[in-house]
Design a protein around this ligand. Structure first.
Ligand code: ADP
Ligand code: MG
Length: 353
């Protein structure tokens, strides 16, 4: 049985249906991301789990308990928002102790728990500081400590890193993940940043316009995107126009060549147009063992990125991106040079047009 279970949940604001009947479940201790573009309903789902919004229909349960209509403070959940959510008139210690005080924990125990939390977030000695005396990253660590201090059943994080600088964002996300693993606390993390979701999650719910497009582990989402939306939203992608030849045999025609692909779209029919996709890192310059398809083209563009050199290769109508490692021994190719590229047909995915 799932620790967190969301069943057939919809949410409408007036006539605007923003969550369109979604279901998912997760086990205890999992780190889950809700990933999708702005406006797709991520925050609304998190707020329904937290109890700040009522679903229009459907049920939400935690640990076998139906919590759909419980008040927020009866759910035993911890929440962290995007930014600036600390009480500005309370110092760090009192911010972290806030939930403990409400639950009636005696002062001495409170102090011990606050110390423990400060240690956990690497801010021991900061209890007398005020929010305005700290950086954004430090404030978010305090917000995390405040959410965790009352030992909630689950942690809900709504884009907690999006207001921070790129460097802090990466180091704090690693810190959050380490703390989450250490405590074993089931966590739902909302983000619109695909790299963030891929790097931090056990599993990801990819959302689009109030629906779930795919649910899976980061490598499943990236390597086997179920839909065109997921394929293009998560990571760089090459697309080649193709026609479906045989559904059972999983074959498509590219430039008159019939090739096997590892995945066809869910509703594939013979003769239908399709887009075949390939990630830049599975294409090679020249022949390579295991690559059964070789095509001749011309270098259209070269971008030097340091450890990686990204080539754009023109193949008839199609332009494909291809990443090569910079081995520092050979000069990068130049624009206009002829080139052969190869790939394995098992790395091809066919998606809806
Ligand atoms: P996300 O977090 O994915 O960016 P939200 O869940 O915040 O998306 O919003 C989804 C949609 O619901 C948006 O179109 C938004 O304008 C709308 N919405 C969110 N909250 C309310 C509200 N309280 N009243 C009316 N519309 C809302
Ligand atoms: Mg949001």
């Amino acid at each position: 049985q799932d620790f967190l279970s969301v069943q057939n949940v919809t949410k409408s604001f007036g006539s605007n249906r923003v969550v369109k009947g979604i279901s998912f479940g997760f086990g205890k201790g999992e780190f889950i991301s809700l990933l999708g573009p702005s406006g797709c309903g991520k925050t609304t789902i998190l707020r329904m789990i937290a109890g700040f919004e009522n679903p229009t229909s459907g049920t939400i349960s935690i640990d076998g308990q139906d919590i759909t209509h419980l008040k927020p403070n009866q759910r035993q959940l911890g929440m962290v928002f995007q930014a600036y959510a600390l009480f500005p008139n309370l110092n760090v210690g009192d911010n972290i102790a806030f939930g403990l005080k409400i639950s009636g924990m005696p002062a001495e125990q409170r102090r011990a728990r606050v110390d423990e939390m400060l240690k956990l977030i690497g801010l021991s000695g900061f209890e007398k500081r005020y929010p305005y005396e700290m950086s954004g990253g430090q404030q978010q660590r305090v917000a995390l400590a405040r959410a965790i201090a009352p030992r909630p059943r689950m942690l809900l994080l709504d884009e907690p890193l999006s207001a921070l600088d790129a460097k802090i964002r990466v180091s704090l996300r690693e810190e959050i993940r380490a703390i989450q693993i250490d405590l074993g606390i089931t966590t739902v993390f909302v983000t619109h940043d695909q790299e963030e979701a891929l790097s931090i999650s056990d599993r990801i719910v990819v959302m689009n316009a109030g629906n779930i497009e795919q649910l899976g582990a980061p490598h499943e989402i990236y390597n086997k995107p179920a839909t065109r939306f997921v394929a293009t939203f998560v990571g760089q992608l090459n697309t080649i126009e193709a026609k479906i030849v045989d559904v059972a045999a999983k074959t498509v025609a590219i430039d008159g060549q019939t090739v096997h692909v590892s995945q066809l779209p869910a509703n594939a029919t013979a003769g239908a147009n399709s887009l075949v996709t390939l990630r830049p890192e599975v294409l090679s310059v020249g022949a390579r063992e295991g690559n059964d398809i070789t095509l001749a083209g011309t270098i259209a563009d070269v971008t030097f990125l340091g450890s990686v050199i990204r080539l754009r290769v023109a193949l008839g109508q199609n332009i494909l991106s291809l990443d090569t490692f910079n081995d520092q021994r050979t000069a990068p190719p130049s624009r206009g040079e002829p080139v052969t590229i190869s790939f394995a047909s098992k790395d091809l995915l066919a998606l809806d047009v």
